[in-house]
Structure formats: structure tokens, C-alpha cells
Design a protein. Sequence first.
Length: 464
Amino acid sequence: MGLSKQDIVQAAVLLAGCLLVVLNYTLLAPALPVIMHEMDVNETTVQWLTSVYAMVEAIVIPMNAFLLGRFSVRKLFAGAFVLFAGASVLAALAPTFGLLIVARVLQATATGVAMPMVWTLILLMAPKENRGVVMGLVGLVISFAPAIGPPAAGALIDLLGWRSLFFIVAGIGVVVIVLTLALLKNREGFERTSFDAPSIVLSSLGMFGLLYGLSTVTSSDMPWISALLMVAGLALLIAFVRRQGKLEVPMLRVETMKTRQFRNAIIVCCLLEGALIAIDVLLPLFLQNSLGQTPTITGLAMAPAALAGAVTGIVAGRIFDKRGVRVIVLVGAVLLEGSAIALCFCGADAMVAIVAGIYCVETIGWQCVSTPSNTWGINSLPNEVIQHGNAVMSTLMQVGASFGTAAIVSLTAFGPLLAGEGADAAAAVLAGYHASFIGAAVLLAVVALVIALGIRDKATDEPR
């Protein structure tokens, strides 16, 4: 793989933090129906525990290149997980849904600092010709979290309640802090970007306006307010982009998006993130509220997909390095669309094993598309701007996740209308889930179209 022993130690520490963040996400999925009932909120409201996470990450991530240029790697990574651990304790103790949202905002802030660092530093460690395999191995490590998270979370929820999940991630966060301070070395050479207060204000307010507007436009009683927020947010982001072009040392090099290969990869990853995060939110709700399963069974049903995805990540990375990107992402697009359509036909009598199998296929398809297309896009950029390109990619993926989750999950509100007059509550709930699964299938069809037209193995896709 071209990594030295020291690089492997550094990567292990970084991946420990990454693993914790992914575990934090996967642990929460089986808990969403329980939180929904305990705190008396509906599907559209409880999904904010996921979509607000993505929204805050999207606000914080653009500052990542600036932070890497101003603070040492070790202090920045350790500081992020101090905040993460504290926020996890707050979430565990939160007496109201509002305070739980605040805790998730703080967790997301820490994640927005830490996660882009992981990808940037590991990409810089690996030679370009081996990045597919390296990123596949990273995917393998990260996949342990989805493999153990849902079943462990389900059992813990049934035995100790959902609050125990946050106490556990807080404890693991302390371990990551200790490992970081003891083993993580600083890396030099990051460009010292300017601290430009107007850029930070424009970026933060612009992202908030755009994402909050996108996330609420389909469920708000006053959609015109959401539309105004979207327009205002977009205007502020345009001003941010123009300002970066005028600064001698910009906070974020948005010109990386001028590279066609990188731009196409961003479109695929953003749309994909929106569809798949929405499915990850919907599936536990469907299993528990329509199929009547417990959190433990829900977790066990979702676990095999993580193992299948882990193996697929290694295979996809090798195919990417040897044969290029197009074949593997086309296969992934077909698997994703097929699994999404299959979910649309799962009724209240569906076997849990069938649903688990469909989710396995979806995860395999995701591994075939996400990492290869992401690596393909990043490879088109020079090493000296990778931290900027990674920040742009990560930010826009969170935009996709936030909007996709809120928009697709909000389709559940059409359940009573689709079920028809006289339908009972269970039929209305099931119809709502089917509406959302159809929305995910439509979005994944758009992903397949972009892949077919925009991701190719051509000499013209070399970096500018």
C-alpha cells in the first residue's frame, strides 16, 4: 500500500476517531422509533436528529482547511473529541427533545472538525496509484461500526434504554483523546489560510439558510418562509464564493470545482448521500412501526449489510486501482436502484430476512459507488489543495444528506392521503413509508443517470 509503519500508526489513531463517529451514527438508528414514542414526536420531527447533524457538519467543514493551517493536527483532533465526549454526556442526560437536538449540534460540530482531517491525512499518506485499495481498507475498518452498532444498540435499548448509547460513545471518546495525545504526530505543510471574518459569516449563515430552508420546505405550514431562507442562503453562499476569488489566500479554494472530474464526483456523492441517509432513517422506523419488530431484531437485521459492505469496499478499491472507476460504479448504480425499488414492494407481512437481504444489496451498491467515485474525483486534484477539495466534497455531501433526509422522510406525511379514506392508522403509516421509499428510488435513478453520463475512464479526466 506504500505506507510506512509510522503512517500505519497515525492512520490507526485517525481511524479510531472515525470509527467512533460512525458508531455514534449507527447506534442511533435503532433508537429513533423509541425516542419518537418516548418524547412524543413524529417521524418528520425525529429525523432532525439526523438531518441537523448533517446541517451543522456542512456549516463547520468549510472551515477545515483554515483550521488545519492554523492549529497542530494533534491539538485539533484531540480538541474535537473533547467536545464530542462532552456533547455525548449532554445527550445522555437530555430531559427534552430540544436539549437532545442541542447535544447533537455539538456532536456534529466536533465531527465537522475531525472527519475531514481523517480523509485528508490518510489520502496524503497514500500514493495516488494505491488510493483505491487504501480507501477500501479504510471502508473495511469503518464498516465494523455498522456491523456491531445496530445489534449492540438494539440489545442495549431493550435492556438499559437509549440513553446508555450516548454514555458508551462518551467513554470511547475519552479513549480516542488519550490515543491522540499519546500517538498522533503533527504533520507540516498545510497552507496557512487567512482568517477572514466576513467569509466565515457568509459561509455559516449561507449554509444555515439554504439547508434549513431545504429541510423544512416540504413539511412547513409556511413553505414561503423556507423558500425565502433558501434564496437568502444561496445569495450569501454566492457572495462567499466571490469573496474567496478576491482574497490573496482564500479560506477555501472553491476553484477546485472547476475540474470536471471532481465536479461530477461531487454531484454523485451528494445525491447518493441524500438517498442513503434517508433510507437508514426509514428502515428502523419501518421494521418497528410496520413490521412490529423490537430494537434488538432491528439491529440484527441491519448488521449483515455492514459486513457485506466491508468486503465489497476492499473489492471495489482493487477494481478501481486496476480497471478504473466506470465499471464498478455502474454495477453499484444498478444494485442501488434495484434495492430501492424492492423496498417499495415490502408490505406489512414482509419477512425480516427479506428486508435485511435488500439492505445488504443496497449497502453493496453504496460501497461500489461512493468510495470509488470520491477517490476518482480527489485524484484529479493536486496534493497541495486536497484539504480544500476534501472540505468542498464533505460540505456538499452534508448538504445532500441534510436535504435528502428531510425531503424524503417528510413524504411519510402523505401516508393517510395515499392509504385512502377509511384506512386504519397502520395502513396509513405503511403507505407513508412506501412514499418515502419511492422518493429514494427516484433520487437513486438520478444518481445512476449522472454516473452513466459523467463518470468515465478517459484521458480527458486527468487533472488540469
